[in-house]
Design a protein around this ligand. Structure first.
Ligand code: EPZ
Length: 412
């Protein structure tokens, strides 16, 4: 694969900021919002709550949450996508009541919400969790000191959003530091919130009475950047990624250098090239700035044909290795035990019929298919379309031959 590539706006960053727009009285204009199913699902929930939301072809999203008419996010919507649960805090803080269906687990783990509920309860809400829904009430939330047992991105976002309209000061300890948290805080501060420390392990929020509308551009999707960088390296290609933010994906870029890819950074973006077999390495997924769990699967696909044995330890989710069973069908030599995968490099993978079990697993299979001998057919690609904007077209634009909706033949 070769050529120029521009990443879309961050799926996870946009989802959080769209939920945060519920806090704002007045119009919010977001730019570089990706056209993907998860975004459409979140917009459907906001419209159900009475919010005006219009997404244009160029990725400009206009949201006006001045008149919220409902306090409930129904199960059939929330079950489609876990991130919908992040409307709980903003809806509660804005209206005094919120009832949101409990998000289900998914293929990568149980995905609990205990830290979300711990935070909302600490802010003074009456919280009930029954009949598959969480209902929270509070005439006005009050600031609190909240320790997160795990630096959960979702729980950090949920609590930070709710704290913006709480009375007094909230301190979140062992907060998540992902770039999407920092960008959410920057958006909220532009709306008038008083937040310090976003991007560090301790975030302090001083509550205010109201937030007002602003314009904001969503940060580039660091997981998409990493996905396409790994795809280029796996096909011994040469791509230039225009709007990458290197410090948002430094762990992945460093590990790519360790296995033998060349990654050059400059003010304009990232150049990724590779022209040799890779060397095995070990990966341990951690909260940011550690190696991101969302790129564990794409990296695993690349390591299946590296010289030597790689060990992947998945420390964020309980089971995020199902994709390896699919890669075994393509000839990969892998062994998993709980949260550890052992990958012994083989000379090459062979095309086969495989199934995408989740969003990033689908991307991993595509990366493997692009360098495999023969044709690979990936089914359940709707998982990929949930989180990557124009995935197949972007691959084609870099030289991959992708038969949309049919076999995904290999190509160099
Ligand atoms: C966000 O999920 C992302 N999703 C995930 O991306 C990403 O993998 C994850 O952060 C970690 O970076 C969105 O932003 C929409 P977490 P989130 O809360 O917030 C434990 C993708 O592919 N935990 O940080 O749900 C949990 O069990 C998706 O784009 C609790 O124990 O992740 C897990 O081990 C997949 N209690 C760990 O935290 C809680 O209340 C990570 O979860 C919440 C989480």
């Amino acid at each position: 694969m070769s050529g120029d590539f521009t990443a879309s706006g961050s799926k996870n960053g946009a989802l959080a900021i769209i939920a945060a727009s519920l806090l704002v009285e007045g119009e919010v204009v977001l730019r570089r919002v990706p056209h993907i199913k998860d975004i459409f699902t979140m917009l459907d929930i906001l419209r159900y709550l009475g919010v005006r939301a219009e997404l244009s072809e160029d990725g400009t999203l206009q949201i006006d949450a001045s008149n919220i008419v409902r306090n409930e996010a129904p199960a059939e919507m929330v079950k489609k996508m876990r991130a919908s649960f992040s409307v709980l805090g903003p809806l509660l803080a804005r209206t005094g009541r919120a009832r949101v269906a409990v998000p289900g687990g998914c293929d990568i783990g149980a995905r609990p919400i205990d830290l979300h509920l711990k935070g909302i309860h600490a802010l003074g809400a009456l919280v009930r969790n029954d009949y598959g829904h969480v209902e929270a009430k509070a005439s006005r939330l009050r600031g609190a000191r909240i320790y997160l047992d795990f630096p959960s991105a979702g729980a950090t976002q949920q609590i930070m959003m709710a704290a913006c309209l709480s009375e007094g000061t909230t301190v979140i300890e062992q907060a998540a530091c992902e770039p999407e948290i920092t960008d959410l805080a920057w958006f909220l501060r532009k709306c008038g919130a008083r937040i310090e420390g976003a991007g560090t392990g301790t975030i302090q929020v001083q509550g205010v009475r109201r937030l007002t509308g602003v314009e904001h551009e969503i940060i580039p999707d660091r997981v998409e950047v990493g996905t396409f960088a790994l795809a280029a390296a796996n096909t011994r290609g040469d791509i230039f990624i225009r709007n990458a933010v290197p410090e948002h994906c430094s762990a992945v870029l460093q590990k790519m250098r360790e296995i033998g890819a060349t990654v050059d950074e400059d003010a304009a973006g990232l150049r990724v090239t590779a022209n040799r077999r890779f060397i095995a390495t070990d990966i341990v997924t951690m909260p940011f700035p550690g190696f991101p769990t969302d790129l564990q699967q794409p990296m695993g696909a690349v390591l299946t044909t590296a010289d030597g044995t790689s060990i992947i330890t998945e420390k964020v989710y309980e089971h995020r290795f199902r994709y390896l069973n699919e890669l075994k069908r393509m000839g990969a030599d892998v062994y998993t035990e709980n949260r550890v995968a052992v990958i012994r490099g083989v000379p090459y993978l062979q095309g086969a019929q495989v199934t995408a079990t989740d969003l990033r697993a689908g991307a991993a299979l595509a990366i493997a298919a692009l360098a495999a001998e023969g044709v690979t057919e990936i089914s359940d690609v709707e998982h990929i379309q949930r989180g990557y904007e124009n995935f197949e077209d972007k691959l084609r634009a870099l030289g991959a031959s992708v038969l949309s909706g049919e076999a995904l033949p290999c190509s160099q």
